[in-house]
Design a protein around this ligand. Structure first.
Ligand SMILES: [Zn+2]
Ligand SMILES: [Zn+2]
Length: 113
């Protein structure tokens, strides 16, 4: 239940992070409650349903933060290995962009005959 990627479960109703998990003593089920709006989700399945999309979103955010590498397969601009792509570009340089375009063009010609 304690996924390190998100610190707080956001309430699916009001979006507030003032949620807390308690345990129903009778059923031993976990209950996710929201201070703000009083939303309650009973049981792990219901809680997972709320939690999973939030984990996915957090993961996606994390991925976006990670630098992407130049999309040109033979890029060697970083001392012989692939360099990070520039922001707003799939490539690290105009050069790599051109090389990739040329490669794709030749590939297409090959397939097309
Ligand atoms: Zn709420
Ligand atoms: Zn490159």
């Amino acid at each position: 239940m304690s996924d390190p990627i998100i610190s707080k479960i956001l309430c699916p109703k009001c979006g507030s992070s003032t949620t807390f998990i308690e345990r129903d003593y009778a059923t031993k089920e976990r209950i996710l409650s929201c201070f703000m709006c009083g939303m309650r989700a009973y049981g792990d399945i219901e809680i997972q349903k709320i939690l999973l999309p939030q984990i996915e979103a957090a993961k996606e955010k994390q991925l976006k933060r990670v630098q992407r590498l130049c999309s040109w397969k033979d890029c060697n601009k970083d001392n012989g290995s692939r360099r990070n792509a520039r922001t707003n570009s799939k490539y690290c340089s105009r050069d790599c962009s051109n090389k990739n375009a040329r490669y794709r063009y030749l590939e297409r010609k090959k397939i097309g005959g």
